[in-house]
Design a protein. Structure first.
Ligand SMILES: [Mn+2]
Ligand SMILES: [Mn+2]
Ligand SMILES: [Zn+2]
Ligand SMILES: [Zn+2]
Lengths: 144, 144
DNA sequence: CTCTAAATAGAAATGATTTCGTTTTAGAAT
DNA sequence: ATTCTAAAACGAAATCATTTCTATTTAGAG
């Protein structure tokens, strides 16, 4: 598993530093998304020195290289999660417990073609995310 | 037209203040999305006193009540645009010239049902946005 | 016209995120 | 194993978009 992370980092052209591996490991164990500061607080114990900027920087780099994904959160702060599904897909995120669930086919390719056909131009990226309450949280009733 | 805005505000339970109307008017004339500060700089001329917090507050309130829409921008700053299409739909936004184009049917309702069927839970909202270069900008070649 | 809740001003605070100059380190090369 | 260097990390400080706060003004109902 950790070997797997080292490989993924190498494939992304990034050095496999202990801190990077720890960030990936922690986020992989996480059932949902997490903020840079939360991860930092929990990782500090495992290193005599670990700066918050380092966590920010790594999360952003890992997200840029596709190893991690970012949540679009209503509060506009940064959150990241680990998803091992390497196919193109999207997510349903629970705003209460932060669980992230895969959404299978997104059907956006057809939408892209339609937009391009009608208006011209070029679609560079798309955002598709469902926000809500997961099964467990919906049963409980309310937002955390 | 301005009467129309006053009506929309009343329908949203908001007072039709001159500044609100001016914000709506300016954003409606805008071909794309704009930032609070940009709007503020341009509106300042028309009022002897106009605070930037007022612009921020109004844009957020107008967006919350559905009169305006918000852009999810890669730089994570706030941008708003005016869209008179009152049907449920989404947008293609040009990251170069900021033009906003409607995307017709989004087909997300089916996706919501599928997610709910598989995992339970409740979808509260969804985000769907295409980012790219509009026809004009794609022809020119590059990002502004 | 009065009255009051809502809206605004404007200065100040906020705080998540980024920057920067220095120090350390991963990993390729020898 | 040792050397070397670009990449990574440190961490204090800066940034700056956004929000908060209190006093003042105003829209619009009655
Ligand atoms: Mn996934
Ligand atoms: Mn629209
Ligand atoms: Zn949940
Ligand atoms: Zn454009």
């Amino acid at each position: 598993m950790e070997q797997c992370h080292a490989t993924a980092l190498k494939a992304a052209g990034m050095k496999a530093t202990p801190k990077r591996l720890a960030i990936l490991e922690m986020l992989e164990a996480e059932p949902g998304y997490a903020s840079p500061e939360e991860l930092w607080k929990r990782l500090k114990d495992r290193f005599d020195r670990l700066g918050l900027p380092t966590v920010y920087r790594n999360l952003e780099e890992l997200s840029a290289s596709g190893v991690l994904s970012k949540v679009i959160h209503p509060n506009r702060q940064l959150y990241y999660y680990f998803c091992s599904n390497r196919e193109h897909h999207h997510h349903f995120v629970c705003l209460s417990c932060r669980k992230v669930e895969d959404i299978p086919a997104c059907g956006i390719e057809a939408l892209e073609q339609e937009v391009t056909r009608r208006n011209g131009g070029k679609v560079l990226s798309h955002i598709l995310q469902l926000n809500g309450l997961c099964g467990g949280c919906a049963d409980n009733g309310e937002i955390r």
